[in-house]
Each structure stands twice: as structure tokens, then as C-alpha cells.
Design a protein around this ligand. Structure first.
Ligand code: DGJ
Length: 741
């Protein structure tokens, strides 16, 4: 069992980490250890107590002035307890102030993994050891209960957490903040690694030392957002890709979030994470429960690459549940950058014929096929095929695409409504607009009230009708603005603070219904590219359009940042034309292919306009992706260089889990006269293996794994701007004593 309980000490063991809590003599649930695997000793001896000025003492401590929650490491700190640090819960029990104090009540251990109703959550699978611990806390005076849930994914060094708040009092409890997790650590000097960005420039990695005070990241946009990602890492200052301690926190939630990291007056570090509490309130009536989203915590004592592998593998096996997750993802061509809104059946079939000739797998029809939609000012909500524009029915188009040997996929933006739409003319109150006030528009569109059952019913009815009208195997689910000045006509005034979370629950409800009805549908997440690239979305969509920026060089940054917390098979990436539509940059066709193969591969261009040379290169790219997809989809991903540090080139590697083969992609990002030589080292190989190496498909020699990992290889000298190369190695034999020799 990965959960050991002795004298109210709760020790959670994974393969390489230990997490411990203790209900102390007062009944406060202390956090006593998280780090490198150790035994189940009671680590509360490390907690120091002292009479500290201006740190209040809870009444239950009686005369003991050394007992204060203001400095004790706690599992779930709440507001009203005399702890002035950032906390997880603000609950008004009826007096108009956030005031509660939670004490240990009971616990329960069970096999398998808890589930969260209506919310994404990691799950157990047959044959994989996962255990659940529930610890129940109760308010000192009232029947308010917290159920702290822990899921221990032993093999992956992942521990999940979520909280259920239960009101067993006879009156309303108002929640003003209800986060999912807290981690208290006794050390300072930690770096925060986080991923900030903007539309078309998501998940830029930044590493900053924490300071005395609060560092906070949040999205108030109703989505996880382009601007900040709900995945962060705390790392010791000396932690590198290959060494040192680091802790990951991934929130499985697609709405606004809040992360606070505080270094306190005694140099202790606390991190809290959960639903964004800006304008959040929740009215919890007697007998009701509120469930927070899940946080997946990961730990590595051997650097950032290992931490990423924990997330990649556990998400691949225990979060992504699509029937596509273990299959090779279709190589698709999407018509967005090829035609934008200007298409008909002939144009689409022309692209499809080229795609079939290149042996792609799917044609995706993007925005503009429904209602009145020739630009982005109108039509959203009118999910009826515009057959006049298309020139045929959707079913006929899909059939013709299928006849070419391709699957057919379709774009939707179900959560939106255009003011210029039949839907809006009929149901203006379905848009989330404050009555009597002008709306805040984004991309000329309004957001549908996803808290309303009639709205959800309409969306489902339209999605299902379109799905049933044609052979559709893929849906790209887009969302092209942030939520602002939101209001629901059906919620009373005092419940408007529930709107944003209810919106996300509505979104998950529709996605769940869609997948239940069409279990083999491949769903691709999208929000103006990567505005909703979060672990919650992966529960529904095994791949997410990573960014609207298709420039290969900017993608090096975006995909580098994304790789820290998300499996590369979830990173949707396409080859597009040059000059690039977002930034005008020109890069070689081969480089665009190599960058797109870093993730789930496809094209976003009019394939009929390819030159003969490009066509030959595309054929080669498609062959390579098909041949190597197992490595790309299931191998260990290594960030060989950082685009933030190395200005000359960026390299990454996929190594098969047994170290039998590996692939390295390299893109040169600068050119020099009389250039210095560059070398790179492989990772994850068998030192005693003898590997054959191919550079850009040319056999270049044989090396031992030890040589490739310790000595490395020389890179070719780039011949043009943004030149690139691919290196593939395959183990031919094992020579046991090669390292000694
Ligand atoms: C934003 C997406 O990220 C694009 O790929 C494209 O689908 C457009 N929306 C269509 O409006």
C-alpha cells in the first residue's frame, strides 16, 4: 500500500517521493514532509515552535503561546485562523466574515482513485497501483466539513489532490475562496518556473527566484488563458534538466485560476493553487457540497526532465482517455491558413486530392461553413451548414473526402454567439451581458451563457445534428475570446459570483455528452491557439492546437515551454506557408516540418500550391512521422537545449523508453561567419549499446551509447538561415563491457 498511517501520521509513498501529514495533538493537520523518498518516520520533529510576536494563538492552544498557525506548516490553511499567509479557504458561516478553523475529524483509505463529478480528474487503470486517502476536517464549532482527497499514483511520482466542502449546518455558507491545494515547505531560496505569454506567443518559460512576499499568477479571463498557464514548478536554485529537486503543480481546470507563492517572515515557502477567487462567491446551502478541481503534484530529485516525464507519462495513461490516445494521430491538413473564410467544395477537394496524394490522413474544414460567416463578425451560434457557400451538403463533402481515402474533421466554436446571428436575434438573453450595460466584445463576438440548461441543450442538439449529418471523425473545439463583464439572466444577484465556475462546468458537461455519444471522435482543443492549453482539457481532448503562431522559430519557444508540463502528443503543430502569416518570417520547408513533428503533426496550407521540391520534402516528412510516431508519442522527451539560453540552435530528443532508438531535432537559430563548432549530447540511451546513426536519412557511422551521451556528436554547420537537421539512432547490439573499455 502506498499509504501508511500510524498515530495520525499519514505517509504517502510513490516510487521516488514521500509526502507526509500529521494531525497534531490539537487536531490541526500539519504538513510535515514532501521530497525525496524516505521512511514513514514522524517528521513533525522538524516543526519548530516558539512564542513569536504578533503570531496569534488559537483558543484550543490554551496557555501555550508557542502554538500559532501563523508559522506552522499546514495542509489546508483557512482564513480566520490567525494565519496571515496566503490561504485556501474563505468561508462565511453566516456572520459576514470569513472565519473558520478546521480540525481533524476522520480518515478513510481506499483502493483506486476518487473521481470528481462534473470535473476532469486523473483515473486509475486495471493493473496500475493507485490508492486514495480521504482526510476529513471539521470546523471547531459548526458542521462545516472539508474532505481532503489524495490520489497516489505510485509509479509516476504523482499525487493528486482535490477538496470537497460540505455544508451540514442548517444555514447558508458563502464561499469566497475555495482553492484546491497548499504546499508548505520549510525552505526558502526556491525558484518559481512558470509559463507566461499572449495570443500567438503562449507558454514562454520564465524562472524567477521567490522573494519575501507574495508572487502570484492568475487568469481572470474565464479560461486558463494564453497569458498564464495553470502549471508551475518550484525548483531548488541549483536544479537543472538533469539534477536537483523540483515540484510540479498542474491544475486540471480550464477556467480562471489563481496561484500564489509566498515566502514568509520565517523564510518558509507556501504555494496555493485553485479556482480564481477574483469575484468568486458560491452559496452553499444546507446539505450541499462544493468540489474543487484537481491539482496533480509531481516531484523529482533528479531534475526537470524527470519531472516532465512524470507528467507526460501519467497524463498519457491516467488523464487522457480518448480512444485515440494510443493510436497514431492522423496527419491532417487544415484549410484555415489556406483559404480563411473563402472556400467552397471545389477548393476544399483540390486540397484534399493533394493531401491524398501525399498520403495524409485527414482534411479538416475550419471556420466559415455555417450560417452567415464570411468574416469573423457574424454567424456564430447558427450551426446550420451554409450549403450555398459550400456548394453541397456537409455529408456529400465528407463522403467525397472519404472517397479519396481521407478522414474528415470539422471546426466548431460552440460557446460563442455573434450579435449578427439568427440565434442572437431569437435569444439575446443567451449572451452573457450585464442588463442595461453595453457588452464587452471580443473578436466581435459575445459569450453564450453556459450556465443555462436551455443553452447547453441547444449546443448539444446542434452538435449532434451536424455530427449525424456527415461522417465526421474529428472536431476542433475553438473559443476565441476571454470572458468579460459576465452576467447570467437566470442567476439571482447574490449568485452572479458563481457564474464563471458554472460556465466551466457547463463546458465540461457538453464535451462529456459529445464524447459519450461519439466515443471514437477525436477532439482537438483550441482557444485562439493555446488559450486553453491545460490538463483539464486533456481529459476530453488528447491534443490541443498549441498556438495560432505557426512560425517554426517562434514555435520553438512555445513548444519548449509547453513540454515542461504536457505530453508532446498533445501539442498540435502544423507546417504552414512562408512568409509566415503571423510574423512574415521565411524558414526552410524542412525546418517547418521538423518543428511540427515535435508534436502532433499536420499541415495548414494550400497543398496544391506546393512546388515539386516541397512536395517531395512533404512526402519525406510524412513518411518520417509515420515511421517514428511511436517514438514521438510514447518516447521520453528531452529538452537538449533551451531556446532562451542558446541563441545558436535549439535541440530536442525523443528516446525510446528502453533506450533502443532515439530521434533528435535541431534547428539553427543564428548564423555566423567562421562559425564555432557545436556539439550535443544524447540522453536516455544504453551506455553499452552500439548505435547506428543517420543524419537527415544518411548513414553517418556507429557509436556507443556511452560516447553519444558523454561525448556527444558534432552538429553540421548550418548552410542557410534557420537550417535544421534530424538525427536518428538505432541500437544494433549490446556490448556489456564497453564502458569499462
Ligand atoms: C482560432 C484558431 O486558433 C485558428 O486556428 C482558427 O481555427 C480560427 N480561430 C478560426 O476562426
Amino acid at each position: 500500500m502506498s499509504i501508511i498511517i500510524q498515530d495520525n501520521v499519514f505517509t504517502l509513498q510513490t516510487k521516488n517521493s514521500t509526502y507526509q501529514m500529521k494531525a497534531d495533538s490539537k487536531g490541526i493537520l500539519l504538513h510535515t514532509y514532501y521530497g525525496k523518498k524516505t521512511d514513514a518516520s514522524d517528521y513533525s520533529y522538524l516543526v519548530s515552535m516558539a512564542d513569536r510576536g504578533f503570531s496569534g494563538n488559537i483558543y484550543e492552544a490554551r496557555e501555550d503561546r508557542t502554538y500559532s498557525l501563523d508559522f506552522l506548516p499546514q495542509e489546508f490553511p483557512v482564513c480566520g485562523s490567525g494565519d496571515y499567509r496566503v490561504d485556501c479557504l474563505h468561508a462565511d458561516l453566516g456572520q459576514g466574515v470569513s472565519d473558520c478553523l478546521m480540525f481533524f475529524d476522520s480518515y478513510q483509505v481506499s483502493k483506486g482513485k476518487y473521481a470528481l463529478e462534473g470535473l476532469p480528474a486523473m483515473f486509475a487503470k486495471d493493473g496500475q497501483k493507485v490508492d486514495t486517502l480521504e482526510i476529513v476536517l471539521k470546523d471547531s464549532q459548526e458542521e462545516l466539513y472539508l474532505h481532503l482527497w489524495y490520489g497516489v499514483f505510485e509509479a509516476y511520482d504523482i499525487i493528486t489532490r482535490a477538496v470537497m466542502i460540505e455544508n451540514r449546518t442548517d444555514r447558508e455558507v458563502r464561499l469566497h475562496k475555495a482553492l484546491s491545494a497548499c504546499l508548505d515547505m520549510d525552505h526558502d531560496g526556491m525558484d518559481l518556473i512558470h509559463f507566461y505569454g499572449r495570443h500567438a506567443g503562449e507558454r514562454e518559460m520564465e524562472r524567477v527566484p521567490l522573494f519575501h512576499g507574495i508572487t502570484e499568477l492568475r487568469s481572470t479571463r474565464g479560461t486558463s488563458s494564453h497569458q498564464h498557464n495553470p502549471f508551475v514548478i518550484l525548483a531548488a536554485q541549483n536544479t537543472t534538466e538533469d539534477s536537483g529537486e523540483c515540484y510540479g503543480f498542474s491544475l486540471l481546470y480550464s477556467g480562471g485560476f489563481h496561484m500564489q507563492a509566498e515566502v514568509d517572515q520565517f523564510h518558509q515557502t507556501r504555494l496555493v493553487m485553485g479556482i480564481d477567487d477574483c469575484d468568486f462567491t458560491w452559496s452553499l446551502q444546507p446539505g450541499e457540497k462544493f468540489v474543487t478541481p484537481e491539482v496533480a503534484m509531481g516531484y523529482s530529485s533528479t531534475g526537470l526532465a524527470k519531472l516532465s516525464h512524470c507528467y507526460h507519462d501519467s497524463f498519457q495513461h491516467h488523464l487522457i482517455r480518448s480512444s485515440w490516445k494510443d493510436k497514431r494521430r492522423p496527419i491532417l491538413v487544415n484549410n484555415w491558413e489556406a483559404t480563411y473564410f473563402d472556400f467552397d467544395v471545389d477548393k476544399l477537394l483540390k486540397i484534399a486530392r493533394e493531401a491524398a496524394d501525399l498520403e495524409l490522413d485527414m482534411l479538416v474544414l475550419d471556420d466559415g461553413w455555417f450560417g452567415k460567416r464570411d468574416n469573423d463578425d457574424s454567424g456564430l451560434g447558427d450551426w446550420f451548414v451554409n450549403e450555398d457557400k459550400l456548394g453541397c451538403t456537409l455529408g456529400a463533402l465528407a463522403d467525397q473526402v472519404n472517397d479519396l481515402g481521407l478522414m474528415f474533421g470539422l471546426w466548431f466554436e460552440p460557446e460563442m454567439i455573434s450579435e449578427d446571428s439568427d440565434l442572437y436575434r431569437k435569444h439575446p438573453d443567451w449572451a452573457m451581458v450585464v442588463p442595461g450595460r453595453n457588452p464587452i466584445r471580443g473578436r466581435s463576438q459575445l459569450v453564450l451563457d453556459m450556465t443555462r440548461e436551455d443553452v447547453l441543450d441547444y449546443i448539444k442538439e446542434r452538435l449532434f445534428a451536424i455530427m449525424d449529418s456527415a461522417n465526421i471523425q474529428y472536431i476542433k473545439w475553438d473559443m476565441n475570446r476571454s470572458v468579460a463583464a459576465a452576467y447570467s439572466t437566470l442567476l439571482p444577484r447574490e449568485r452572479q459570483g458563481e457564474l464563471r465556475h458554472r460556465y466551466v462546468l457547463g463546458l465540461y458537461h457538453v464535451m462529456e455528452a459529445l464524447l459519450m455519444r461519439y466515443p471514437d471522435l477525436l477532439l482537438e482543443g483550441c482557444s485562439g491557439g493555446g488559450g486553453r492549453f491545460d490538463a483539464g482539457m486533456l481529459y476530453y481532448a488528447p491534443q490541443i492546437w498549441c498556438s495560432d503562431n505557426t512560425d517554426a522559430v517562434e514555435r520553438l519557444h512555445i513548444q519548449y515551454g509547453t513540454s515542461f508540463g504536457y505530453p508532446m502528443s498533445s501539442v498540435s503543430a502544423h507546417v504552414s506557408v512562408c512568409p509566415n502569416h503571423q510574423n512574415g518570417r521565411v524558414t526552410p520547408f524542412q525546418t517547418r516540418g521538423i518543428c511540427a513533428m515535435q508534436g502532433t503533426f499536420g499541415y495548414e496550407m494550400d497543398l496544391s500550391k506546393l512546388t515539386l521540391e516541397e512536395k517531395a520534402q512533404a512526402k519525406e516528412q510524412i513518411r518520417t512521422f509515420k515511421k517514428r510516431y511511436r517514438l514521438f508519442q510514447f518516447g521520453d522527451y528531452y529538452r537538449i537545449t533551451s531556446p532562451l539560453e542558446n541563441r545558436d540552435f535549439t535541440a530536442w530528443e525523443y528516446a525510446d523508453k528502453e533506450g533502443k532508438e532515439a530521434y533528435m531535432g535541431v534547428v539553427f537559430t543564428d548564423l555566423h561567419g567562421n562559425p564555432a563548432a557545436h556539439s550535443v549530447k544524447f540522453r536516455g540511451l544504453r551506455p553499452e549499446g552500439i548505435y547506428k546513426m543517420w543524419k537527415d536519412n544518411e548513414l553517418t557511422g556507429e557509436y556507443t551509447g556511452a560516447a553519444l551521451m558523454n561525448g556527444g556528436i558534432l552538429l553540421p554547420v548550418p548552410k542557410e538561415n534557420y537550417d535544421s537537421c534530424q538525427i536518428y539512432i538505432s541500437c544494433q547490439s549490446i556490448v556489456e563491457d564497453v564502458v569499462r573499455e
